[in-house]
Design a protein around this ligand. Structure first.
Ligand code: NAP
Length: 527
C-alpha cells in the first residue's frame, strides 16, 4: 500500500510539509497519492541508522546476504499487480515493459545472491610469510575486498525498477556489505515506495540490522545534495543526466572527505555504417534503425542518436529509407511533461543549427505528451565544428552525419565525447579494411556492437555498461552485471595476523572453498 511517506530504516515517517504528486502522462493527469519530501532531520536519521547498520552488516556472511537478496526478489514479486499498475500510471509505459523490467530487477537480485553465496568475488589473495628470506623476512600478507560504507543511490526516470530503488546499484551495494539510502525519483515515487516496502519487509524477515535500507522522497535537488554532503555517506551511485551526475560528482569532490560518485549518464551512441554493408542491406538496416531510434519513445541511454557514414549513393539511399520507415511508426507517450518539454527544446536547438537538414519529421497531430520522431542530416565538416550537435536529445531523434571520407570519419569519432556504446555496421572484410575507424571507436566507448543495435543491455558478467566521461564518471567500472559490485568495495590487507583472527575468506583452511590467489596461483585448496 502506498502511504506517501519516507522509509527511515524500517519506519514510515513524514515530518515535513513539502508535498508533491506523480503524473500519468497517458491520461495527462496527476496521480492521486501525495508524497512528503524528507526533512533535513529525517535525512540525518536515515544516515545515522545506516552508519550503525554498517557496523554489523559488513560482517554478515555471504549466505545471510544471499537470503536477504533473494527475499527482496520474492517480496517484489509479491507486490504483483499493484506494482505493475503503479509503474504504468507513473510512466505511461506499457504493462509488458513493466513486467520485463521487473523480471530484469529480480534477475539482477538473484544473480548477486548467487555471487555472494559462492564468495569468490572478494578476490582473496594470500602471500605466505618467508621468515628466513634474505636480506629481510617476507611478512604474511592477505588481501580481500571490503565494503566502503553507506551508499546513496539516485535512480533514473526511465528505469523505475531496474535502475532505481532495488535496481543494479542497490543490489550491488547490499551484496558488497553496504547499507543503502535511496533518493527516490520524484516521477515514480509510488513505484519507489512499493519497492522500498518490499526491501524493508525482506530486511525484517531475514534479520537484517535496522537502517540497512532507507527510501527518501524528494521533488527537488536539496535532499540529494544533503545526502551527498553527509559525512556518513561513503559513495554515491547515480543514473541520469550529465548535468545531474556532474553536479553531484563536483559536490562529492568538494567535501572535506571526497567520496566516489559512480554516475552513469547520457550518451548519443555513435553508429558507424560502412559503404558495402549499406549497399548490401540498406532497406533492412533502415527498418531496424527506425525501430531502434523510436524504441521506448527513444528514452534509453543507449538510443542511437548519431549515425555516421561516408557520403555517397548508399548513404543517401539509407537516409531516404530511414526517413520513409521512421514516419510509419506510430508516435508514443513520453514519461512526463518535463521530459517531452526537454525533448522538444533540445530537438529545436539541434534542428535550428546552421546547415542542418530535417529529413524526417512525423507531421500528423499527436496526443498530449506524445513525441514526434525526427531524423536530421548534416555534412561531416559542420558536425565536426558544432558541439551543440554532439549533445544528447533524449527521445526519438537521430542525426545522420555524411562524412567526406574515411579520414574525416575517424576525425569525428576521435573528437566525440565518451559514450556508453559504439556500433559498427560492416561486412567482415570492410571491418578489417577500416581498422583505424574501429580502433578510434573503441577508444571512445564502453561497448562495441557489431552489426546490431545499441538498444538492449543484456545483464551478464561480460557486459560493460559505462564508458569514458561523460558516459560515466569512472570508465573502469560497469554499472550492469555482477562486476558492478567493485564500485562499492576497497582492497584491504591483513599483515601477520593470526589465522584464527582472520575472516573466513582468508583463513588457511579456506572454509568457504572459494577460489583464491595463493602465492601467485589460483586455487581453492587449503594452505
Ligand atoms: P536526471 O534529471 O539527471 O535525474 C536523476 C536523479 O538525479 C533525480 O532523482 C534527480 O532529482 C536527481 N538530480 C538531478 N540533478 C541533480 C542535482 N543537480 N543535484 C541533486 N540531485 C539531482 O535524469 P532523468 O531525467 O531522471 O533521466 C534521464 C537521463 O538519464 C538521460 O540523459 C539518459 O540518457 C540518462 N540515463 C542513463 C543511463 C545509464 O545507464 N547511463 C540509464 C538510464 C538513463 P530531481 O528529479 O528531484 O531533480
Amino acid at each position: 500500500m502506498i502511504t506517501g511517506k519516507n522509509y527511515i530504516g524500517n519506519n514510515l515517517s513524514s515530518r515535513g510539509n513539502k508535498t508533491y504528486k506523480t503524473f500519468n502522462p497517458l491520461l495527462n493527469i496527476e496521480n492521486e497519492h501525495i508524497y512528503t519530501e524528507a526533512t533535513s532531520e529525517e535525512i540525518n536519521n536515515a544516515v545515522d541508522l545506516a552508519i550503525e547498520a554498517f557496523k554489523t552488516y559488513r560482517t554478515y556472511s555471504g549466505k545471510q546476504k544471499a537470503v536477504f537478496l533473494n527475499t527482496i526478489a520474492d517480496e517484489i514479486l509479491d507486490l504483483d499487480d499493484e506494482l505493475i499498475k503503479t509503474y504504468c500510471s507513473e510512466t505511461g509505459l506499457p504493462e509488458g515493459r513493466a513486467k520485463g523490467e521487473r523480471g530484469r530487477t529480480i534477475g539482477q537480485l538473484r544473480s548477486f545472491a548467487e555471487l555472494v553465496a559462492e564468495g569468490s568475488w572478494v578476490e582473496a589473495s594470500i602471500d605466505t610469510a618467508i621468515p628466513d628470506r634474505e636480506p629481510a623476512p617476507k611478512p604474511n600478507l592477505r588481501k580481500m575486498s571490503i565494503p566502503l560504507g553507506p551508499v546513496v543511490v539516485f535512480g533514473a526516470s526511465n528505469f523505475p525498477l531496474a535502475y532505481s530503488t532495488a535496481g543494479g546499484d542497490t543490489a550491488a551495494a547490499l551484496t558488497a556489505g553496504c547499507p543503502v539510502i535511496v533518493k527516490s525519483h520524484p516521477m515514480h515515487a509510488g513505484t519507489g515506495e512499493l519497492v522500498a516496502s518490499a526491501i524493508v519487509k525482506a530486511a525484517q524477515k531475514t534479520g537484517m540490522p535496522k537502517g540497512i535500507f532507507s527510501n527518501l522522497n524528494s521533488s527537488g535537488i536539496e535532499v540529494g545534495e544533503q545526502l551527498v554532503k553527509h559525512h556518513g555517506v561513503k559513495a554515491v551511485g547515480f543514473t541520469g543526466s550529465i548535468r545531474g551526475g556532474r553536479a553531484l560528482y563536483d559536490l562529492a569532490a568538494q567535501r572535506d572527505e571526497p567520496i566516489p560518485v559512480f554516475a552513469e549518464m547520457g550518451s548519443i551512441n555513435p553508429v558507424v555504417m560502412l559503404p558495402e554493408a549499406l549497399q548490401n542491406r540498406n532497406e533492412s538496416l533502415a527498418k531496424t534503425y527506425a525501430s531502434s531510434i523510436t524504441l521506448g519513445t527513444g528514452q534509453f541511454c543507449t538510443n542511437p542518436g548519431l549515425i555516421l557514414g561516408i557520403k555517397g549513393e548508399e548513404l543517401s539511399a539509407f537516409i531516404q529509407n530511414l526517413s520513409n520507415e521512421i514516419v510509419k511508426i506510430e508516435p508514443s507517450c513520453m514519461l512526463h511533461p518535463n521530459i517531452i518539454d526537454a525533448y522538444e527544446n533540445n530537438k529545436q536547438k539541434a534542428i535550428t543549427q546552421q546547415n542542418i537538414s530535417v529529413v524526417a519529421d512525423y507531421d500528423s497531430d499527436v496526443k498530449t505528451n506524445y513525441a514526434r520522431q525526427t531524423v536530421t542530416t548534416v555534412k561531416g565538416e559542420i558536425f565536426l565544428n558544432n558541439p551543440t550537435l554532439h549533445q544528447e536529445v533524449f527521445g526519438p531523434y537521430s542525426i545522420v552525419v555524411q562524412c567526406e571520407d574515411a579520414n574525416q570519419l575517424e576525425q569525428i569519432i576521435t573528437k566525440l565525447e565518451g559514450q556508453l556504446t559504439g556500433t559498427l555496421i560492416a561486412e567482415n572484410e570492410e571491418a578489417l579494411k577500416y581498422s583505424k575507424i574501429v580502433s578510434a571507436l573503441q577508444n571512445r566507448v564502453g561497448r562495441l556492437i557489431y552489426n546490431g543495435v545499441p538498444t538492449g543491455v543484456e545483464v551478464c558478467p561480460s557486459m560493460t555498461h559505462g564508458g569514458p566521461y561523460p558516459a560515466s564518471t569512472d570508465s573502469r567500472f560497469t554499472a550492469v552485471g555482477i562486476h558492478s559490485i567493485k564500485r562499492w568495495v576497497r582492497p584491504f590487507s591483513f599483515q601477520d595476523w593470526p589465522n584464527a583472527l582472520l575472516p573466513e575468506e582468508l583463513k588457511n583452511e579456506n572454509p568457504l572453498g572459494i577460489i583464491r590467489l595463493v602465492n601467485g596461483k589460483q586455487t581453492s585448496e587449503k594452505i
